[in-house]
Design a protein around this ligand. Sequence first.
Ligand code: 13P
Ligand code: SF4
Length: 369
Amino acid sequence: MSILHYFEEQKSGTLPEMYKNLTREQMEARITAIKNQLGKKLFIPGHHYQKDEVIQFADVSGDSLQLAQLCAANEQAEHIVFCGVHFMAETADILTNDHQKVYLPDMRAGCSMADMANIFQTDRAWEALTEMFGDTIVPLTYVNSTAAIKAFVGRNGGATVTSSNAHAMVEWAFTQKERILFLPDQHLGRNTAYDIGIPLEQMAVWNPVRDKLEFEGKWEDVKVILWKGHCSVHENFTVKNIVDLRENDPEMRIIVHPECSREVVALADDNGSTKYIIDAIENAEPGSKWAIGTEMNLVNRLIQNHPDKQIISLNPSMCPCLTMNRIDLPHLLWSLDSIAKAKEVNIIQVDKETAKDAITALERMLARA
Ligand code: 13P
Ligand code: SF4
């Protein structure tokens, strides 16, 4: 390969050929060497959904709240190589100092849910909803959203939420105004609002494709406006999965992530964030039986780590989250190599204007997390 071609590849964000033909052992040895060389200057956070080949190199693993908190607390690392998806790396960039750079090993590691709300749709929705409801709405956004949407929420008196603090944040929002707009995951919004006692009849859905509020009753009754977005992984857990499982093995306990639909969460025995699920399995009795409704890399890791418990996926034909899975050993090595050679690639940088408002939304959450 010519030098010119090599630099073209580096710029375009595609993995250079030279990383495609290495053995696993070669990649692991080089990653270990660069980690040793950079020491505390390097920090690798890894989300629970990352593959084992990647998570073995993470300095910390956690759910999206824990990783945001750990990035905010780390003032020492100059290079933060985020093994997760784009919105998580953006959050890390917003919460860290100017001398710290955040990298996403593969820029294609997005989140299909975060892609379901863009800022233009959000501005249009806000205009229509505030015209309809006046100044009665607090916007909340799940962290699974772009920095621009976090900034919109920050500018308008709202906050971010994660699946581990959604209840506290929705309760807080109702101390501010009488209604909430919850972006972009309708399921987390509905499950959380229902849990704190808001009836389903008081929840409307905003359809961003048709710029339309979907609601049958009197609009004065609306308390919660749910953005019509969802996770393309968690929507694959169905009521039928639960009915079949209960029929085949009534002793199985079912625990799901709150990104699953209301019907699935209602039929499950328990629900919570990735950390909540991990803790529940860790604290369970030996010999207990569990069906888990969340991403497959995490379910497989729980199966491996708990041979004393019987664990299966709630959906027997479930796949991993494809975008989380884009981070692999070749991309991790490429990212680290580029830092070691001072020719960094795939830097995530949120512009200052957006970051200023987004941090307001994140700090409102972190103050209550
Ligand atoms: P957690 O906040 O539970 O880690 O979930 C993040 C996510 O993307 C789940 O799909
Ligand atoms: Fe996004 Fe769903 Fe993947 Fe989580 S599991 S990162 S919400 S697509």
